[in-house]
Design a protein around this ligand. Structure first.
Ligand code: ZN
Length: 133
């Protein structure tokens, strides 16, 4: 159940959800992003397990979701790792098996992500790290 820093999104079975609410029991409620046509929600526990899942009225846009997933994973990595951005992009594509799935020509190119990723890296650099010894 990925919910990356910088992008509050849940991806599941090709559907994408936005954070909606925290229930009285401390569970998170997520709403399908196609909220104009679809009322589907999922509820996750504090351990990020699915507790409740509705049936969708909408059809997921797999490519759009894949590109968002690539973006979120890249943002997470540029924030947490010192690896060069182009390498991070390659790593993410490998992780998601883009080439094996033959999706290479459908995904967001690195040059469309570069400025966003640089911005996130600059932000991450401003954090102060204290190493306890
Ligand atoms: Zn839906």
């Amino acid at each position: 159940m990925p919910s990356q820093k910088g992008c509050i999104n849940v991806f599941r079975h090709g559907y994408r959800y936005n954070f909606r609410d925290i229930s009285r029991k401390g569970c998170k409620v997520w709403r399908c992003v196609r909220k104009d046509v679809c009322k589907a929600k999922i509820v996750t526990s504090e351990e990020n397990k699915i507790i409740k899942e509705d049936t969708h009225n909408c059809i997921p846009d797999e490519i759009e979701n894949l590109n968002l997933k690539i973006k979120c994973k890249c943002i997470e990595k540029v924030t947490n790792e010192a690896t060069p951005i182009s390498q991070i992009y390659q790593d993410v594509l490998e992780e998601l098996q883009i080439a094996e799935k033959g999706l290479g020509d459908k995904i967001i190119p690195l040059k469309s992500l570069t400025s966003t990723l640089h911005r996130h890296r600059q932000k991450a650099k401003k954090q102060i790290w204290i190493v306890a010894s």
